[in-house]
Design a protein around this ligand. Structure first.
Ligand code: DAH
Length: 339
């Protein structure tokens, strides 16, 4: 039959198309204003009702089949196009990031991480306190009453206070965190505190803001031997020297009795002072409602900058805070390897 042949011929043409454009041209050739099927439909009017019926039905079937074939072919070419684009436009995510955009870990952050890591493994946990302290926590509770000469030695930054009020201070050491923890928590305690501290001082070995790390252990039967063992362990790990020698000299701090200053034997040549420590003064324990007849404690505190300068051979303390990128790139640490 003529229509069947026509349909088959058009189906073959559709199959032979090589582009979306071909498909659209064929669609117009079949169904456009002057398309073959459109023309055939026009002839229906001049046919007898009988002929019209069979021809009309046959034309409708042909129309359905051809439209479906045209649509399928169109989708085929569209898919092809998309796949081609996907293949051409892939992004290589294995490319490394631009190295010049990589920052460095500041030596002070590195040293704080290292110190926390070592003391954390020894069973200490981190306690925190505010940078702006009140007189009680920074001085009085630490056995430094008003008029005590130690107050003058600390070059304290005082904040403005209302009439007759005791001014707050920028904490001059991390020791007030000991007080806060001992008041809040009951012994046994094994804590470190670390962070910013402030004193009104500025030269090659002092900056108005610096960092300290502090340790405190309170328990029954705690004694000076524990303090020595703890610090020896800490410094040997920190300076990566299992034979590092430490020397304990008598010292004075209002909040410890007895007190000691600790030196390390540096590069086989000289003693260097690195820290202050001692047994927590009974008055300090009492100020925190801890009975010194039952509990004893040891404590130590040191400057982060000082041990960072020693470990990494940094000469001038002020360089830590200059934010000079060349310096940071040289002395800083890779954020991924931490080396
Ligand atoms: N707070 C002292 C300072 O800033 C350091 C210190 C010494 C802390 C002895 C202590 C300690 O906990 O027991 O100079």
């Amino acid at each position: 039959m003529e229509i069947d042949q026509l349909t088959q011929r058009l189906l073959n043409d559709i199959e032979a198309t090589t582009s979306l454009q071909d498909v659209e041209e064929l669609r117009v050739a079949a169904f456009g204003k002057k398309g073959v099927l459109t023309e055939l439909l026009k002839t229906l009017g001049s046919k007898t009702p009988e002929e019209r019926k069979t021809l009309g039905a046959a034309l409708n079937v042909a129309k359905e089949i051809l439209k479906e074939a045209l649509d399928a072919r169109k989708v085929h070419f569209e898919d092809l196009q998309i796949n081609q684009r996907l293949a051409n436009e892939t992004i290589d995510i294995s490319l490394p990031p631009r190295p010049e955009l990589q920052g460095k870990i500041h030596p002070l952050s590195k040293v704080m991480d290292e110190a926390m890591d070592i003391l954390g493994k020894m069973g200490f946990s981190l306690s925190e306190g505010p940078d702006i302290e009140d007189d009680f926590h920074n001085f009085t509770a630490l056995n430094i009453p008003p008029q005590h000469p130690a107050r003058q030695e600390q070059d304290t930054f005082y904040l403005k206070a209302g009439d007759g009020k005791t001014p707050h201070v920028l904490r001059t050491h991390t020791s007030p965190v000991q007080i806060r923890t001992m008041i809040k928590e009951k012994p046994p305690l094994r804590i470190i505190s670390l962070g910013r501290t402030y004193r009104s001082d500025h030269d090659a070995t002092h900056t108005p803001m610096f960092h300290q790390i502090e340790g405190l252990v309170v328990d029954k039967h705690t004694h000076m031997g524990h303090l020595k063992g703890c610090l020896e362990e800490f410094f040997r790990f920190f300076f990566e020297d299992p034979d590092l020698k430490l020397r304990f000299r008598p010292g004075y701090f209002p909040f410890t009795e007895p007190s000691a200053e600790v030196d390390i034997w540096w590069k086989n040549s000289r003693w260097l002072e690195v820290l202050g420590c001692g047994m927590v003064h009974p008055n300090v324990l009492r100020n925190c409602n801890i009975d010194p007849e039952i509990y004893q404690g040891f404590a130590f505190g040191m400057g982060i900058e000082r041990i960072a300068m020693l470990k990494y051979g940094i000469e001038d303390l002020r360089l830590f805070f200059d934010s000079d990128l060349r310096w940071l790139n040289h002395y800083g640490f890779d954020p991924e390897t931490r080396e």
